[in-house]
Unconditional design. Structure first.
Ligand code: SAH
Ligand code: SF4
Ligand code: F3S
Length: 492
């Protein structure tokens, strides 16, 4: 029996105990290699894609640190580089291949270097084939369903010296209680569900993230309580369609009910969530948002297209009118709500008329901001083989018109807060001027104001004095926490 077979035989079968066993074994191996190398082995995790991937990366970092690897911000200096990939649009994939190419030169110079690839791109068989053929220096490939097995996979690679590939088609498992290292001390993403069952016809996510499954509400609440005890004041509840939360649980529970449970957590100050699907945004949720003291007055409500004809082809299961009615209903219940959206331009068969319908919705809703995307063909999705793919020139021209409209409305909408007093969660020292700090209002707008780094993680009351389109300059008017109250005197 070799060392790896021995470990396998000895390892507990239940999770997460099995992974803690491999973290310990891995730590012994990493310590030995660090001694050989003459320096502690380092890692760098680079994340592509959405907040879901960002949260997954925090889990990867937690496991790596537990195994004795040290964080290194510079990808080119790290002994273990991990790309957590995204495949929602083709340009996300191209960036990964570009970066991988650059790493081959560096890997030749560092005998201890390993490269790991995970995330959504790895769920596509043709991607894995391409890497096996053209990027043979990659050490480890795994997918979205088995990131909890990261420690075991690293140990397998360290013991075997060959490329290790472990990608699962789907899973019904959710493994709780693994280590994770939050990027921010004061805010955190929290998975409430995984996967997606909606199959919008352009979208690859259901194929790479598998079927919808919800976490147990008790596990979610317990995790948030722990975060709060550790200094977190804001959580972002994450799911591809949070409105379907709880449907598959043994004791079904609605998303609105979950929000009410989370609202009760003492010390938690702000609740955000991403992403609700317009087709099943319930009256119950609107009511809960209207009454809540902690849920931010911000709703990201992806439109995708304003044309009912295109929406049907997209399999979005709402019409233009239903979407607009929903917006009216939300605004009636939560008058000062900020609305943001995602829009795709150039879906197959989109005509000028269809595009004008999208512009019409943009003008009617007047979003605070919008993410606009050029349609990207994803192999395996129904839209990829639809007729009348729109020519790149037309897509580009429409995209620019849309962007202009979105930006000019957004500048107008955002300017309404000038001279108002708002609560801002301070997130960082300003990138360009270190006498300023940067924070976010409940509606997600950025505010820069004069303040000390000690304000980071605090909710601060700020008067918004200058509007610069997408951000504000402000002045602190009072500080919320007791410790800060003594340190920072009233400023006007
Ligand atoms: N679950 C979320 C979105 C996940 S993907 C939702 O339903 O809103 C984030 C955004 O990427 C989508 O809202 C969509 O606007 C965009 N997107 C997804 N697939 C795309 C594609 N093939 N081409 C261009 N944009 C796409
Ligand atoms: Fe993709 Fe639609 Fe699911 Fe969002 S709801 S992840 S756009 S399939
Ligand atoms: Fe990308 Fe996967 Fe998120 S494809 S957008 S990282 S779910």
């Amino acid at each position: 029996m070799n060392e790896l077979e021995y470990m396998r035989a000895e390892a507990p079968l239940e999770e997460p105990q099995r992974q803690y066993y491999f973290m310990k074994k891995g730590k012994e191996l990493v310590t030995k290699l660090s001694e050989e190398a003459g320096h502690p082995l380092t890692f760098c995790v680079t994340t592509f894609g959405c907040q879901m991937n960002a949260r997954d990366s925090e889990k990867l970092v937690g496991i790596l640190e537990q195994m004795g690897y040290i964080n290194e911000a510079d990808e080119e200096k790290a002994d273990f580089v991990i790309f957590n990939t995204c495949t929602v649009r083709e340009n996300a994939n191209q960036r990964v291949y570009g970066r991988l190419g650059q790493l081959s030169r560096i890997k030749k110079q560092n005998p201890y270097m390993m490269i790991g690839l995970c995330g959504c791109m790895m769920q596509e068989a043709e991607v894995v084939e391409k890497i096996k053929k053209s990027y043979r220096y990659v050490d480890l490939i795994f997918g979205t369903h088995n990131i909890y097995k990261f420690a075991e996979l690293i140990v397998t690679r360290l013991e075997s010296n060959r490329m290790v590939i472990d990608v699962w088609k789907d899973t019904d498992q959710i493994v709780e209680e693994l280590p994770n290292e939050r990027k921010y001390s004061f805010k955190s993403g929290v998975n409430i569900m995984f996967g997606c069952n909606n199959f919008c016809s352009y979208c690859i996510v259901p194929y790479v993230r598998g079927r919808e499954r919800s976490r147990n509400p008790k596990d979610i609440v317990r995790e948030i309580e722990r975060f709060v005890a550790d200094g977190v004041v804001e959580v972002m509840l994450l799911g591809q369609n949070v409105n379907s939360y709880g449907k598959t649980l043994e004791e079904p529970m609605s998303f609105a009910q979950l929000l009410q449970e989370i609202e009760k957590i003492e010390g938690l100050q702000r609740i955000r969530f991403m992403t609700p699907h317009p087709k099943d945004l319930s009256d119950e949720l609107i009511e809960v948002m209207g009454q809540s003291k902690k849920i931010c007055k911000h709703l990201h409500l992806p439109l995708q297209s304003g044309s009912t004809r295109i929406l049907e082809k997209m399999n979005r299961r709402y019409t233009k009118e239903q979407y607009l009615n929903l917006v009216d209903k939300i605004r009636a219940a939560v008058p000062d709500i900020s609305l943001t959206t995602d829009i795709i331009v150039g879906f197959p068969g989109e005509t000028e008329e269809d595009f004008l319908e999208t512009l019409d919705v943009v003008k009617k809703v007047r979003y605070d901001s919008a993410f606009t995307f050029q349609y990207s063909k994803r192999t395996g999705t129904p839209a990829a083989v639809m007729e009348n793919q729109v020519s790149p020139d037309v897509v580009k021209e429409r995209f620019e018109r849309l962007l202009k409209e979105v930006q000019s409305i957004s500048a107008e909408v955002c300017s309404v807060y000038k001279d108002t007093i708002q609560e801002v969660l301070v997130e960082s020292v300003n990138d360009h001027d270190d006498s300023l700090v940067t924070g976010r209002m409940g509606n997600n707008l950025l505010v820069h104001f004069s303040g000390k780094p000690s304000l980071i993680g605090n909710l601060v009351t700020v008067k918004l004095t200058e509007c610069h389109g997408f951000y504000y300059i402000g002045e602190q008017v009072c500080v919320k926490t007791d410790s800060e109250k003594t340190e920072n005197k009233f400023q006007q």
